[in-house]
Design a protein around this ligand. Structure first.
Ligand SMILES: [Zn+2]
Ligand SMILES: [Zn+2]
Length: 264
């Protein structure tokens, strides 16, 4: 009874997998429901090629929903790469199309994609982490058209440092972000791409997951962030049991942007 709510297809520039191949593998794995969350990143200096054409995206999703309706439930989502200067653009897209689920992620800051390292130039590690969390807070203060925050501590993936900085150094800003999203009725995801990036902890970290729980956070989705079939639902048996062990009783799935709670 796993729900993979973070999955890319070749509608994302960084995936070559067809939606149909992702669906077939999900059925083989016995998943009940999946949600495609292809990339939408506006106002970035990097050329990602042509953006998603939403009419094509929804047509394809609706055809596949129908074709596989007796085998698996397929939801319509996207992953926005938010930045503080594109909040209005993302809100208007979010309200224009019939999404079930929207992930709010930070991939770039001031138009610089964190992946390419330019962002880290001229900053020490502490400054880079602090800027990342401040950007995330600026976004969640004003942007409300989403379901969960994607890979909340993504900054730890990048920057080519010998070791990660301790979450405790940023606990105030992390707590402020979590309080804001709880107040807004939003959630977080647990993203198992941490294993592909060889991170020493989960994404977000166990410290952040526990803080979210202690602050009263209840909305949590599970996502593999898969870009190919072999990554789907990776380590979900472990993360479901981990969530249960720290007191979460439910994970969420979404329909038309409304959370539904599924007992773990
Ligand atoms: Zn992402
Ligand atoms: Zn993703």
């Amino acid at each position: 009874m796993f729900y993979d709510y973070h999955m890319h297809s070749n509608f994302s520039n960084d995936s070559k997998s067809s939606m149909e191949d992702m669906i077939k593998k999900s059925i083989d794995l016995g998943l009940k429901e999946i949600c495609f969350t292809d990339h939408v990143d506006y106002d970035v200096d990097t050329d990602y090629g042509p953006p998603i054409i939403f009419d094509e995206y929804f047509n394809k999703l609706e055809n596949l929903q129908d074709k596989y309706k007796n085998k698996i439930s397929i939801k319509k989502g996207i992953e926005f790469g938010l930045q503080k200067q594109i909040v209005d653009t993302c809100s208007s897209v979010a309200n224009q199309y019939p999404f079930d689920f929207i992930i709010c992620s930070i991939h770039s800051i001031d138009k610089l994609d964190l992946y390419f390292g330019e962002f880290f130039k001229g900053k020490n590690q502490h400054e880079a982490y602090e800027m990342y969390f401040n950007e995330l807070y600026s976004v969640v203060k004003t942007y409300k058209d989403y379901s969960v925050l994607g890979h909340l501590d993504l900054i730890k993936r990048y920057g080519d440092y010998n070791k990660l900085l301790d979450d405790k150094l940023f606990s105030d800003i992390i707590e402020t972000i979590l309080k804001q999203i709880i107040q807004d009725g939003k959630g977080i995801e647990i993203n198992t791409s941490c294993y592909r990036y060889n991170l020493p902890d989960l994404t977000p970290s166990r410290y952040i997951l526990n803080m979210y729980k202690e602050l009263g956070g209840e909305i949590i989705t599970t996502g593999s962030d898969s870009h190919m079939p072999s990554q789907i639902a990776y380590k979900f048996d472990y993360i479901y049991s981990y969530l249960k062990s720290i007191g979460f009783k439910y994970v969420c799935k979404f329909d038309k942007m409304n959370p539904e709670f599924i007992k773990i």
